[in-house]
Design a protein around this ligand. Structure first.
Ligand code: AMP
Length: 219
């Protein structure tokens, strides 16, 4: 399957993507994770991306589209993939359409995670992420680790993302409404969108998502 996951920052895209990719046996491709890996390795791409990320703005398409395309062309993604955080604006969505068309492929579904805005801010403010594996995500109040600052799963150090500060979250939400939401209509016109509520436990949301992916798009 070829799936795109969309939703505002804090909707739990990364967490859900990790579970869904595992359930569906497809790679989880997160452009945010790819940028963060480039930043920690000090690559030129990471240097280019960092200032945009720190400000909560989108990294320019020239950089992002090429990076996503390279990743989608890796052998493990031949049979499908789950895209998390890409595309994030209309021109990236159009570029993705072209990339897939050139290979005679198409998306199977666009899963839209819905979450109220006040919940988003609460979720992000308490979010703590493992340095060793970004899919290990905790929350200071909702799902605290057993030992503060330490990942329950692998013992890695937990940290708060620089772009999870309240001010940057506000910018990221504005960017989401302005740049990313329009891609939902773009995909709705292709009959691909399935919308589910992202409220409730992680397992509940994964169950809802798996059920939704089995059904044809509703709108
Ligand atoms: P995420 O981990 O998906 O929340 O992404 C973190 C940050 O990485 C975003 O706020 C952007 O600065 C950057 N980023 C991730 N994916 C993209 C994308 N598709 N286009 C532009 N910037 C992106």
């Amino acid at each position: 399957m070829r799936i795109v996951l969309v939703g505002p920052p804090g909707a739990g895209k990364g967490t859900q993507a990790a579970f869904l990719a595992k359930n569906l046996s497809i790679p989880h491709i997160s452009t945010g994770d790819l940028f963060r890996a480039n930043i920690s390795q000090g690559t030129p791409l990471g240097v280019q991306a960092k200032s945009y990320m720190d400000d909560g703005q989108l990294v320019p398409d020239e950089v992002t589209i090429g990076m996503a395309k390279d990743r989608m062309e890796q052998p493990d993604a031949e049979g499908g993939f789950l895209l998390d955080g890409f595309p994030r604006n209309l021109s990236q969505a159009e570029a993705l359409d072209e990339i897939l068309k050139a290979d005679g492929q198409q998306l199977d579904a666009v899963l839209d995670l819905e979450v109220p805005e006040d919940e988003v801010v609460k979720r992000i403010a308490g979010r703590r992420i493992c340095r060793k594996d970004g899919s290990h995500v905790f929350h200071a109040t909702y799902s605290p680790p057993q030992t503060e600052g330490v990942c329950d799963t692998c013992g890695g150090e937990l940290y708060q993302r620089a772009d999870d500060s309240e001010e940057t979250v506000r910018t990221r939400l504005e960017v989401y409404h302005r740049e990313t939401e329009p891609i939902i209509d773009h995909y709705r016109a292709q009959g691909l969108v399935v919308t589910i509520s992202a409220l409730g436990s992680v397992t509940d949301v994964t169950g809802r998502a798996m059920d939704a992916l089995k059904k044809p798009a509703q709108d």
